[in-house]
Design a protein around this ligand. Structure first.
Ligand code: SF4
Length: 163
């Protein structure tokens, strides 16, 4: 099995003689000669050969995350990193979005202003969730997603009554 592969998190923008690249996992932005980019592409299924042919290009691409070890499991690494951040943090920021039915009409708005509201079951689940966080002293504020949301809706008032 080929020990290296091109990362699925690569994005390239070809501009005549040069290529701008980014690896969304490592988050490095860089530019590359078109000639080197073509060499990388030609050897995409045999990166070990590229390592022999052009060691400097290979090691640069490896450092930037463009080339990665085949056995590395990036999605799982990202999930782990996210869980570490979420669960190692003492505080928990919760944003409640009871409806997308905003009563403003900003000229640049792209929302459909759906009339849907949070169901009673969802409200109850949110309340239980907040209670469990509050018991663990994980939460101290409950910001609503949009302060402009109509208060005539029972959902919003229901949540306010509870807390
Ligand atoms: S406040 Fe936001 S959702 Fe409401 S109309 Fe303006 S842009 Fe749209």
């Amino acid at each position: 099995m080929e020990p290296y592969r091109l990362s699925n998190y690569n994005q390239f923008l070809i501009k005549k003689d040069s290529v701008i690249g980014v690896n969304l996992h490592k988050q490095y932005l860089f530019s590359l000669d078109r000639e080197k980019f073509d060499l990388l592409k030609e050897n995409r299924s045999n990166l070990t050969a590229l390592k022999e042919k052009s060691p400097v290009l290979f090691s640069t691409m490896y450092k930037l995350g463009i080339i990665e070890d085949s056995e590395i499991d990036i999605p799982n690494i990202l999930i782990m990193r996210n869980r570490q951040q979420v669960f190692s943090n003492e505080s928990f920021r919760l944003i409640i979005n009871p409806t997308l039915n905003c009563n403003f009409s900003c000229w640049y708005c792209y929302e459909t202003h759906s009339k849907k509201y949070m169901s009673k079951e969802t409200v109850e689940s949110v309340i239980k969730f907040i209670e469990s966080l509050a018991t663990k002293n994980k939460i101290s504020t409950y910001p609503f997603f949009d302060r402009k949301i109509r208060l005539s809706d029972g959902v919003y008032l229901g949540l306010l009554r509870e807390f």
